[in-house]
Design a protein around this ligand. Sequence first.
Ligand code: GLY
Length: 402
Amino acid sequence: MTPRPPLRCDVAVVGAGVIGLASAWRLAQRGARVVVADPAPGSGASGVAAGMLAPVTEARLGEEPLLRLNHASWARWPGFAAEVATAGGRSIGYRADGTLMVALDADDRAVLDDLASRHRAMGLEVEVLRGRQARALEPGLAPGTRAGLLAADERSVDPQALVGALQAACEAARVELLVGSVERVVTTAGGDRVTGVEVATAAGADGAPEMRVIEAGTVVLAAGCRSRDLPGLPAVARPPVRPVKGQVLTLRQPPGEALVTRTVRGIVRGSSIYLVPRDDGRVVVGATVEERGWDIRATAGGAYELLRDALALVPGLDDAELVAVRAGSRPGSPDDLPMIGTSADGLVTATGHHRNGILLTPITADAVAAIVAGEPAPDEVAPCDPRRFSSSGGPRPAAART
Ligand code: GLY
């Protein structure tokens, strides 16, 4: 590869998913010169996510710090959505129609009742509905639907549209996007300060790969579940993220009246499923949760499970067009909380958002911009200190799950 002169900037962001792009945009708005590097912008978890903004229906008892963080980011979403759509010059498919969670049979209803009491124990607002009331809200639901929970304040967004809008907003704010793979983090000779990254790009006139060194005052590590394996990272700053596979389907609702008009989450004979409608008639159906390492193949079994449960919940989708089957990896963390904060001298980490990456985009970007500027991050971000897993503190035990 041909060496090129180093590119100098204030901040180099590793990763152009929603977290990296939103952080870069916020940093540039504060006047920083920012370079973002990614071999395929938006192709990680952001490119597969359904986009539920669901602090209530994703809440788990025992995860109160995550609940507070999710709520704080949820509160930022209306302003963030309007600002990104304007700066990016396009719709991001933001919808504020609430979530209806339903139980299909009597056993599922017991699970839903249990969930309702757990939600109340956490101080969350949900309205309990009879099956008939749930069907009045969503007439496409199966006739036998037993009961529902309405989380009226939940919202959704189209993450792929969000990636496009954030890229355009970054471009307008003069963020430089380098399409290439970050090969290595560069540190000072003793390895105690991060000073930049090395990126292999295919930007040469003849298409030949080039190695670019980016010298940066701060590096922001936002490469999702790939953040752990970046060569050159100081050992103390290696985030313990792991890939948690999720498969999703995209359907197009049959012609006529929409069968799914708001986010519908179902407990279907013990399995969980969600259906997230888009303005153009598509519905995203998700998601499997699989611990399969780096395997992100879409499988027949995964697609079968999702279709089986979606059609049991909304039988009219039988006639929906099957548009796509996709799989990706959520960046899982040992305690389900993300890692947001300084992890080494010159390095700020923003990864490990697991099931809540889209919801947590606004607060993460604001926190990263504040931390890089030496200002305090929002209070709710304090439990996300990436150093909580370092050998001095030891890993926190996994929180209880429902
Ligand atoms: N936030 C939903 C999921 O990760 O499947």
